[in-house]
Design a protein around this ligand. Structure first.
Ligand SMILES: Cc1cc2nc3c(=O)[nH]c(=O)nc-3n(C[C@H](O)[C@H](O)[C@H](O)COP(=O)(O)O)c2cc1C
Length: 207
């Protein structure tokens, strides 16, 4: 082989290796960007307690629900279910039932137009953990999508009540479902809340 041909071949090989490395670097950078966005969302999500009346687009609510369905569950039993409520009549009915548990008549959903109720099948021994992780995914996904959210408790009591059981029955939901939490959703009204300081000694290191 001529010397000039050899030099040309070597140059082509070096160029190809260079391209591959560049592609890898770009991939890594994209991956790091995705990771840092996730971290940012986890650190900046806060419980929102003031909402506008506007209902977010259905596709966004569906995506948030989808994130809930991808939460880890014990032995992948997928014990929870989500009742996605955008209907005002049902939203108000759930709000009243929730307030009644506290003997109050305010709106415990803080005016949020959407409620994602998480219930879980109590026959699965990890049902509380499973349902709680779904709640976590819903709140973090809502934040990632630019929506406010908050865990509102007392879903257990609401769906233990006769009216709560009737709602499940009317929706055709059969089984031993226990209410885990209500994830309220909507557009934040006013300032986004700031995180309270973290307590001391959250983490005990063993290095
Ligand atoms: C199990 C559980 C139940 C909660 N129940 C309520 C509730 O009924 N009403 C409410 O306003 N916030 C409720 N929250 C929200 C907490 O008050 C909130 O997460 C906490 O103050 C920390 O604030 P942050 O979410 O902004 O970090 C609940 C949170 C959890 C995890």
């Amino acid at each position: 082989m001529k010397k000039s041909t050899m030099i040309l071949c070597a140059a082509v090989v070096m160029l190809c290796v260079g391209c591959q490395q560049k592609a890898k670097t770009t991939e890594q950078t994209e991956c790091e960007t995705v990771k840092s966005t996730t971290m940012e969302d986890l650190l900046t999500r806060r419980s929102v307690r003031s909402y506008t009346d506007s209902i977010p687009p259905m596709e966004v609510i569906e995506e948030i629900c989808k994130a809930g369905t991808y939460a880890p569950t014990g032995k992948n039993r997928q014990s929870p279910i989500i009742i996605a409520v955008t209907n005002k009549e049902m939203r108000d009915r759930l709000s009243k039932l929730n307030a009644a548990v506290l003997g109050a008549d305010n709106d415990p959903f803080y005016g949020a137009p959407v409620v994602l109720v998480v219930l879980a099948d109590k026959n699965v021994h990890t049902y509380i953990e499973d349902g709680s992780l779904v709640m976590g995914n819903l709140m973090n996904a809502a934040h990632a999508k630019g929506l406010g959210s908050c865990w509102i408790h007392r879903a257990r009591e609401v769906f233990e009540s006769e009216e709560g059981k009737q709602i499940l029955n009317d929706l055709g939901i059969e089984g031993d479902y226990v209410g885990i939490g209500n994830c309220i959703l909507g557009y934040t009204a006013g300032d986004y809340p700031e995180a309270k300081p973290r307590k001391e000694n959250w983490v005990y290191w063993v290095k």
